[in-house]
Design a binder for this molecule. Structure first.
Ligand SMILES: NC(=O)c1ccc[n+]([C@@H]2O[C@H](COP(=O)([O-])OP(=O)(O)OC[C@H]3O[C@@H](n4cnc5c(N)ncnc54)[C@H](OP(=O)(O)O)[C@@H]3O)[C@@H](O)[C@H]2O)c1
Length: 308
């Protein structure tokens, strides 16, 4: 049994907390005081090690719970644990995600992020470097949607009753500038995904199924879906739309999306510009906005911005 939870503490859950931005977000939330952080990860050993790392920094109120966001029984076990132990949830940071691509060796640019010359590359060149060192297949695309959209959605649905038991429930969906609608070349798709007063979850499911069909038949680009990192972009755009639907449905909650910036983590193969700590700050700052703040919004590196 962990140390007793102090009275009046807020409870935060972070998904994908054992490394990268998720780990740093846990540190920041646990270090801020008056928040008990439930660090979740699919791998128990790495999750427990991450908790120990945070405790060594002197932040006592952090505990581990296993969570694979693609596994319904794992999600249910987390929800049961939170209900029994705390009876509520104040902050949910949906951080866990995958890249929806397959890495290949021998990038066209012969550089790697450790090289001196790599530092001289701008963000666009680094993203090109990532793109030339990967490929997207139907399987990776499907997996990308399953984790980044459906996994995030299932975790959110399971924890919603607990968030609604909080007097100030917040959800921060860790999004990406890759999820912006400007990457969609079809005006029709763009308008549908932006029209959140009409858009339904059922229609989102249909659109994602259409994307996979178009991808499998080789017609995704012609239909106007994003061309590069397609599944990642489509999943993040769908998650943004779902967040806006949720924010409208639950005005008692704060539901926002936050882009951390281009960060040096595994998902970018360490090609980013910001440190994980800096990236996480752009997430925790949204999680900790003053009470009664904005909802249904998109924050890019800490600043409110457009979903388009
Ligand atoms: N880095 C960037 O430049 C950047 C930019 C925009 C947005 N983001 C977003 O920031 C978030 C964090 O990414 P990161 O940069 O920190 O990358 P990362 O270091 O690769 O971390 C991804 C995390 O997600 C976890 N995860 C993946 N699939 C999971 C599953 N099924 N169940 C539970 N956890 C799972 C990973 O756990 P395992 O260790 O078990 O795989 C890992 O902890 C993601 O939502 C990403 O899309 C990152």
């Amino acid at each position: 049994m962990e140390g007793a939870t102090p009275l009046n503490t807020r409870i935060a859950v972070v998904t994908g907390g054992s490394k990268g931005i998720g780990l740093e977000a846990c540190k920041q939330l646990a270090g801020g005081g008056a928040i008990t952080v439930v660090l979740t990860a699919r791998d128990e050993t790495r999750g427990a090690a991450a908790v120990e790392q945070i405790k060594r920094l002197g932040h006592a109120h952090v505990i581990f719970h296993q969570l694979d966001i693609t596994d319904a029984s794992s999600i249910a076990r987390l929800a049961d644990f939170l209900k029994t132990r705390f009876g509520k949830l104040d902050i949910l940071v949906n951080n866990a995600a995958t890249d929806g691509i397959e890495h290949v060796i021998d990038p066209v640019y012969g550089l790697t992020p450790g090289d001196e010359a790599f530092n001289g590359m701008d963000a666009g060149q680094r993203i090109d470097w990532m793109w030339t060192s990967c490929r997207q297949t139907y399987e990776t695309a499907k997996q990308g949607l399953q984790t980044n959209y459906y996994g995030t959605k299932r975790v959110t649905e399971a924890l919603l009753p607990l968030l609604r038991s909080s007097s100030d429930g917040r959800i921060v969906n860790v999004s990406s500038n890759f999820g912006l609608l400007s990457f969609f070349r079809s005006e029709e798709l763009k308008q549908e995904l932006n029209g959140v007063d009409r858009l339904t979850e059922e229609r989102l499911d249909e659109l994602l199924a259409e994307f996979l069909r178009d991808f499998e038949s080789g017609g995704a680009e012609a239909r106007g879906w994003p061309a590069e990192f397609s599944a990642y972009k489509v999943a993040k755009a769908a998650m943004n739309a779902y967040s806006r639907i949720l924010a409208r449905r639950h005005p008692e909650l704060r539901v926002n999306c936050a882009h951390p910036g281009y960060v040096k983590t595994d998902i970018t193969r360490n090609s980013g510009i910001l440190t994980p700590e800096e990236g996480a700050r752009n997430i925790t700052s949204v999680a900790l906005l003053p009470e009664g703040g904005p909802t249904g919004r998109y924050f890019s590196e800490g600043e409110e911005a457009s979903f388009v």
